[in-house]
Design a protein around this ligand. Structure first.
Ligand SMILES: [Zn+2]
Length: 279
């Protein structure tokens, strides 16, 4: 009897199910971006205004695709430069926009979301031919391993979302970021908007071509949502952080739960930070 009712009213059944999507944004993976000093600092970069417009265009392109594919609400987390990169001016009016810091350790992501997406994402520190690669800080961290696996910001978000039961379904960024994402979630959608030639040079799409691609991939990710599973880590989990000579242990390590050690490895001017926690 239940089946008969659902079949008779498919539109009603669909409308009754809300689908909240969480989007994290960054600048280094946006099409057209290749230089930190010139383009990525809201306070100092001579080409910041252009960067801001490029990022806003890509966010709106993704929002369009997400709604077309079935999202009912889209929440956008401004991830670059401590949440000072987007503006309520120019953003799609259907978006809830999170600006500023501090935010919770999960960037306010929780289990109420049905999908997680990246826009403008860069690859991890040291990734081959990745544009403006880094992990958390631009020059403070050399490497991070999660249970022995090299991991960057993409992995952190994919794993955190997965822990909350939220699948990471789509990413836009350069070729290296797409590769890193697909290594973790092979069935997810990727919009490859630029291809690195070196860390500070890349072949770019036009902005309009990048936006069209992002819309298409975001729409497809929503339509294929049932096929994309949340990433699962089984505890205990060990996170090992190798700092550069200029790096210092991040506050974020100490304010989260778990055991933190700083092993003395006898290597001067390099720090290691290791923590173990249960998921
Ligand atoms: Zn950034």
């Amino acid at each position: 009897m239940m089946v008969a009712i659902a079949t008779a009213l498919p539109g009603f059944a669909q409308a009754a199910k809300p689908l909240k999507v969480f989007m994290t944004t960054d600048m280094e993976g946006v099409d057209g971006i290749f230089d930190l000093e010139l383009q990525c600092d809201p306070q100092k970069s001579p080409r910041w205004e252009e960067s801001h417009r490029l990022l806003t265009g890509e966010v709106n392109a993704a929002v369009k695709g997400l709604y077309e594919g079935g999202a009912t609400e889209v929440f956008v987390y401004d991830g670059h430069n401590s949440g000072r990169s987007l503006s309520v001016l120019g953003i799609d009016p259907r978006v809830h926009l999170l600006e500023g810091r501090p935010v919770s350790p999960t960037a306010e992501l929780d289990a109420s979301y049905g999908a997680f997406v990246f826009v403008g994402q860069h690859a991890m520190a040291g990734a081959e031919k990745g544009v403006l690669t880094h992990t958390e800080s631009s020059d403070g961290i050399q490497n991070v391993w999660v249970n022995g696996r090299p991991t960057g910001e993409i992995g952190f978000f994919v794993m955190m979302a997965g822990h909350l039961g939220v699948p990471a379904v789509m990413l836009s960024g350069d070729t290296a970021a797409c590769r890193e994402f697909h290594d973790l979630v092979p069935e997810a959608e990727c919009a490859e908007v630029k291809t690195g030639v070196s860390r500070t040079a890349a072949w770019m799409l036009s902005h309009s071509a990048a936006c069209a691609l992002i819309t298409e991939k975001a729409r497809r990710a929503m339509q294929r949502l049932a096929q994309i599973k949340p990433y699962k880590l089984t505890g205990p989990v060990e996170v090992k952080v190798e700092y550069t000579t200029r790096g210092t242990p991040l506050h974020s390590c100490s304010r989260r739960s778990g055991t933190v050690e700083r092993p003395d490895l006898g290597i001067p001017r390099k720090g290691y930070h290791r923590r173990v926690f249960d998921v």
